[in-house]
Design a protein around this ligand. Sequence first.
Ligand code: AP5
Ligand code: MG
Length: 210
Amino acid sequence: MRILVFGPQGSGKGTQAELISRKYKLPYIATGDIFRFHLKSGTELGKKASRYTDAGELVPDEITNEIVKSRIIQPDCVNGFVLDGFPRNIFQAKFLNEMVEIDWAFLIDLADEKAIERLKDRLACKCGLSYHLLNNPPKVAGICDKCGNKLFIREDDKPEAINRRLEIYHQETEPVIKIYQDRGVLYKINGDQEIKKVFADIEKNISLKK
Ligand code: AP5
Ligand code: MG
């Protein structure tokens, strides 16, 4: 099961990708989380990537492609994976296409205004989980339910960076979605519903083809 999750910033890609990964026991790979993990761990890659991520710009393809390649060739990905945040432009899509075939590409559809509204109250964890102060709060305030680490506000959840990320999404990522549509593996999901309803729609599409 090779699954991609697309959608504008704040649409719930990470939230849904994590649920898919847990339910179908697939490795969850999120390029944004990998960059944030490196930044928090103080690696050279983290420092290099943060120049782009903090401003809401894409990290150069040669860096991102290699990170994805080195992850999906690992033995735990042999039966599939859930990829969140990759590919984001045509070059990355071509690179991925040379390595693997995708079975499901989910597009979580949400209007920009609603996505921006959600990002204002998001809390993130370095393990990759996202919370929301109102819609999806952690059990203990400020602490991740899964790993117990302290939650934080992402550097790129500032208005300027959010706007830039959405602009890039419409210009560079939307043309990629068309590729998967043409291949007949694109499933458009209404992201403007409760988290569990969005997930139920995803599950329905998976079970129809499994
Ligand atoms: P990345 O981390 O992927 O960020 P993003 O694309 O901006 O998307 P987000 O993580 O902000 O949103 P999401 O859709 O995952 O929403 P979430 O589930 O958290 O990338 C960050 C940066 O890394 C990029 O800008 C770039 O610099 C770099 N990068 C990454 N990939 C790259 C690539 N391929 N090439 C180059 N550079 C790359 O949900 C949002 C909030 O809403 C949360 O608070 C959540 O709890 C809440 N929520 C979720 N679903 C619902 C719902 N149904 N109802 C109500 N609230 C909900
Ligand atoms: Mg995310």
